[in-house]
Design a protein around this ligand. Structure first.
Ligand code: ZN
Length: 294
C-alpha cells in the first residue's frame, strides 16, 4: 500500500520588484511511495519557499572523508530531504571521482565552481596560484569519463524556489568572492530571487542584501539564523577545506518551513585525507593546511 504523508506550512513569498510585501501561502507536500509532489494554492508558477530541510554543501574539494562524515551527521539530524552543492566538489583533495559520484548518488542540485571548470580545461590555469594549479592538473589527469560528463553538465547558476545557487556570486558565479555585506548589496541587481546561496570563500557566513555589515552573521556550531525578514546571501562554509581557523568540516541546513538556516561543524578523519594526498603527490602545503583550517 502506498504511504502518504501530507505536511503543510505557511511561508513568506517574495512578490518581485513591487516591494517587500509578505504573502502568507499554504503549500502542501505529498509523498507517495517516496515521490515528492509539491503543490501551492498559488499554482505551479508560485515562487514560495519549499517544505523541506535542504543540506547545503560547498567546497568539498575532493575530500571524501569530510563529505561522508557530513552526510552521516546531517542524516543523524534528519536534515537532508534534499541536497544542494555550491561548487568546487573537486580540486585540492585526493578523491574527486568519489566525491562527484557521491553527489550524483545524493541526487544533489549542483552548480560548477572554478575548480570544476579548471579540471575540465575551461579556465586558464594561469589564474590559479602554483599549488592550486598543480592540484588542478592532477585532478584533470585522474577524472574519469563519467566524472567529466557529470562536471560538464553542471551550470554556473541555477534557481530553486526562492534561492539562486552559485559558487561565487550572482554577478560572477565563477570568481567573485562574496566576502562583505557591500559586495552582497552590489550583487542585488543580478539576483532574481529573494535569496542566494553561495560558496567559494570557505567561510560560513550570512550577509544581508542591505549592505549593512552590522547585520552580517559569522555563525558558530549549531547556530540558527532567521531569514524571514530581508534578503540574504548564505554561505555554508567549506566541507573539505575550511579557512576560518576551524579545521572541522562545515555545512548548513536550510529549513524552508521555518525560513531559517542552521550551521554545523563536524570532526572528520583529517589524517586519512592527508595520507591520500601525500600518496597522490599533491603539494604539502595543501594537506598541511587541513589540520589548521586555514
Ligand atoms: Zn573552493
Amino acid at each position: 500500500m502506498a504511504t502518504r504523508r501530507i505536511s503543510r506550512c505557511w511561508s513568506a513569498a517574495w512578490p518581485g520588484p513591487g516591494g517587500p510585501l509578505v504573502i502568507v501561502s499554504l503549500r502542501l507536500v505529498a509523498c507517495v511511495r517516496g515521490k515528492r509532489i509539491r503543490e501551492s494554492i498559488f499554482g505551479p508558477g508560485h515562487k514560495g519557499v519549499f517544505v523541506s530541510r535542504i543540506l547545503l554543501l560547498s567546497d568539498i574539494h575532493a575530500n571524501l572523508a569530510a563529505l561522508e562524515t557530513v552526510v552521516l551527521d546531517a542524516e543523524s539530524r534528519s536534515a537532508m530531504d534534499r541536497v544542494w552543492s555550491l561548487g568546487d566538489a573537486v580540486g585540492y583533495g585526493p578523491q574527486p571521482n568519489e566525491c562527484l559520484a557521491r553527489l550524483r548518488g545524493l541526487d544533489a542540485l549542483a552548480v560548477a565552481g572554478n575548480h570544476e571548470l579548471a579540471a575540465l580545461g575551461s579556465l586558464p590555469l594561469e589564474q590559479f596560484n602554483p599549488h592550486a594549479r598543480a592540484a588542478a592538473e592532477w585532478t584533470a589527469s585522474v577524472l574519469t569519463a563519467e566524472s567529466r560528463q557529470y562536471a560538464e553538465s553542471l551550470p554556473e547558476k541555477t534557481v530553486d524556489g526562492d534561492f539562486t545557487l552559485v559558487h561565487g556570486s550572482p554577478r560572477d558565479p565563477v570568481w567573485e568572492y562574496l566576502d562583505r555585506a557591500g559586495v552582497a548589496a552590489a550583487n542585488l541587481p543580478f539576483l532574481e530571487t529573494p535569496h542566494c546561496v553561495n560558496g567559494h570563500t570557505h567561510v560560513p557566513v550570512v550577509f544581508p542584501a542591505s549592505g549593512n555589515d552590522d547585520e552580517k552573521v559569522f555563525p558558530g556550531h549549531e547556530q540558527t539564523v532567521d531569514l524571514k525578514a530581508g534578503r540574504w546571501f548564505v554561505n555554508p562554509g567549506s566541507v573539505g577545506q575550511p579557512r576560518d581557523g576551524d579545521p572541522r568540516a562545515s555545512y548548513a541546513v536550510l529549513d524552508d518551513s521555518a525560513a531559517t538556516v542552521s550551521f554545523f561543524r563536524v570532526e572528520y578523519p583529517i589524517g586519512d585525507t592527508q595520507s591520500l594526498m601525500q600518496k597522490a603527490g599533491l603539494p604539502g602545503m595543501l594537506w598541511q593546511r587541513l589540520s589548521r583550517g586555514l
